[in-house]
Design a protein around this ligand. Structure first.
Ligand code: NAG
Ligand code: NAG
Ligand code: NAG
Ligand code: NAG
Ligand code: NAG
Ligand code: NAG
Ligand code: NAG
Ligand code: NAG
Length: 476
């Protein structure tokens, strides 16, 4: 009876041999493994899912899986022998490391050396990781679901209250669906993501790639941006003996992040916005159609003439019928400026047209088509836009890291920090969602690393920062 079995095995081996090189795996089809087992998933990338405990402190709570994608080192790199892997985190919290590797992995490798594997992963509860924090569908947005129906953006109590109400509904639903001891909610904190990175490093050390890497295989190499620098500083403080080559870029102050502070982060936001007027002036009238006068200030004055027209408080006080449109337009313009500040190379050239069209809209006293056009560029900055991004992914990490500091706070409690934001930047109140979002989040993290953010790391860390960074300005 051995013969048929052998035949069957040969058949399987034959099919695998034929199928393996041409077929791409997908994340749906990968069974989580406690070893790093890569399969080709298209365009030269490899995918894997690492099996980890949901709760490192209590294995009976079940399992989680970390999805990973790798852009592998070139086998004959002109940069030298194979070094090992570099993990990425693009920030957020809530941004996908898988997407970062797929979108920018080849570029990052070209910069860092083609003898490195570039590896992205999704942090707890998000995107492709399992279990997923899936608890925002179905939460009532209140009656005013769209930006257009919303009240005064800068100081209106209705605006802040509507966000707080939404957040309360979301927090309550998430508590119910993912907040229990076997749900993902308590395990989305940065300390737990740091433990996952250690698990990935240990799993890598066991692989053939780990064995042949030139760099010590039990050390993590890491490139973290923005929130990724908080994750990196947490890892380095928890596991200093496991720190390999780290670059932390756009550095978050870990103590103020934990304390729920944010204002210092936008210290130079207006400086970054001001750069647009300077560059428009430098570019001149042929390259910047919004150019006017002879100095950047002349261009700013032109902008300001439009800006001051968008005064929804005045409109409301005077019972103008265009009050709602003015609110919408103001918030959209601020959102556009923030988008420019975050991604100037992509949005520099969009602004002249946006601002010219705004002038036309104001002089014809009809903002409706400008609003429509501009929303197609910058998206809906209102609650409806916020909801489409799975807000619970960022909140699950941010609010629980802060030990639920903002939970149950009222608008009255929040006035001082919101005022601080308003004073710091002409678009400062846009960042109030950072506070407002956590007012409803009651799920406690099973583990928080609260410092000290220090340690005798095996390898020194390279911190990179920029004074004129719109969201992680270096503090002087
Ligand atoms: C694998 O994915 C790549 C990129 O998406 C695609 O070009 C290729 O046709 C795929 N191969 C198979 C067998 O599906
Ligand atoms: C690697 O380099 C060797 C010697 O230069 C060459 O024979 C081989 O084809 C190269 N392999 C690849 C995959 O480029
Ligand atoms: C969503 O809402 C529907 C109807 O209001 C309700 O039946 C359902 O249980 C809700 N789903 C969740 C996950 O709360
Ligand atoms: C919705 O928005 C309108 C217009 O701004 C406002 O008059 C109304 O009170 C809002 N309704 C709720 C429930 O907030
Ligand atoms: C808004 O309405 C007021 C009063 O009708 C008008 O003076 C103002 O020009 C309008 N603003 C815009 C941008 O349409
Ligand atoms: C404003 O313009 C839109 C489209 O351009 C038009 O549908 C609408 O009627 C106009 N509104 C007013 C008050 O003129
Ligand atoms: C939240 O605030 C309400 C009203 O102040 C209070 O009754 C409730 O006990 C608070 N809940 C928690 C968990 O602190
Ligand atoms: C690092 O090492 C130095 C000298 O060995 C020691 O004095 C210091 O306390 C250590 N720091 C930490 C955070 O462990």
């Amino acid at each position: 009876m051995k013969f048929p079995i052998l035949l069957a095995l040969v058949g399987i081996i034959f099919r695998l041999a034929v199928a393996a090189p041409s077929e791409n795996c997908t994340f749906d089809g990968i069974t989580p493994s406690n070893t790093l087992t890569w399969c080709p998933c298209g365009n030269g990338f490899f995918c894997a899912k690492l099996d980890v405990p949901l709760d490192y402190q209590n294995p009976t709570h079940g399992r989680a899986s970390v999805p990973l994608v790798k852009y592998p080192a070139k086998s004959n790199s002109s940069d030298g022998p194979y070094q090992g892997q570099i993990l990425l985190n693009p920030g957020g919290p809530g941004a996908s490391g898988i997407s970062e590797a797929l979108d920018d992995g080849t570029l990052i490798q070209a910069v860092l050396g083609t003898n490195w594997d570039i590896v992205g992963f999704d942090t707890r509860g998000e995107w492709l990781s399992q279990p997923l924090a899936d608890c925002s569908s179905n939460v009532s947005l209140g009656l005013n679901t769209t930006l257009r129906a919303r009240s005064v953006p800068r100081v209106s109590d209705e605006f802040y209250t509507s966000v707080i109400d939404y957040t309360k509904g979301l927090g309550e639903q998430c508590k119910k669906i993912i907040g229990g001891p076997t749900g993902i909610g308590p395990y989305m904190s940065t300390a737990i993501n740091a433990r996952d990175m250690l698990s990935i490093t240990n799993a890598f050390a066991e692989t053939e790639d780990g064995q042949r890497a030139a760099k010590p295989r039990h050390l993590l190499n890491y490139y973290g941006i923005s929130y990724g620098t908080f994750l990196g500083q947490t890892f380095a403080s928890m596991f200093p003996e496991s720190v390999g080559n780290f670059v932390l870029d756009g550095v978050v102050n870990p103590e103020s992040n934990l304390a729920g502070g944010f204002t210092s982060a936008i210290l130079h936001l207006d400086g970054v916005i001001a750069s647009w007027f300077i560059y428009c002036n430098k570019a001149g009238p042929t390259s910047c159609s919004y150019y006017t006068g002879s100095t950047p200030k002349d261009i700013y004055k032109r902008f300001k003439r439009s800006f001051v027209q968008l005064d929804p408080r005045k409109a409301e006080a005077k019972h103008w019928s265009n009050a709602t449109d003015l609110e919408t337009a103001l918030l959209l313009l601020k959102d556009g400026l923030l988008t420019y500040a975050d991604a100037p190379l992509s949005y520099y050239s969009v602004l002249p047209r946006v601002l010219e069209n705004l002038e036309v809209a104001i002089s014809s006293q009809n903002l409706s088509s400008w609003i429509q056009q501009t929303e197609t560029i910058f998206g809906d900055p209102g609650i409806a836009g916020y909801v489409t991004t799975n807000p619970q992914w960022a909140l699950g990490t941010l609010c629980s890291d802060q030990n639920n500091f903002w939970y149950n706070k009222t608008l009255q409690d929040l006035r001082a920090p919101i005022e601080e934001l308003e004073q710091r930047s002409i678009i400062g109140e846009i960042w109030s969602h950072q506070y407002l979002g956590c007012t409803g989040w009651s799920i406690k993290a099973s583990e928080i690393y609260q410092g000290p953010f220090a340690g005798n790391t095996t390898t020194p860390i390279l911190f990179v920062d920029n004074t004129y960074d719109p969201v992680t300005a270096i503090e002087k």
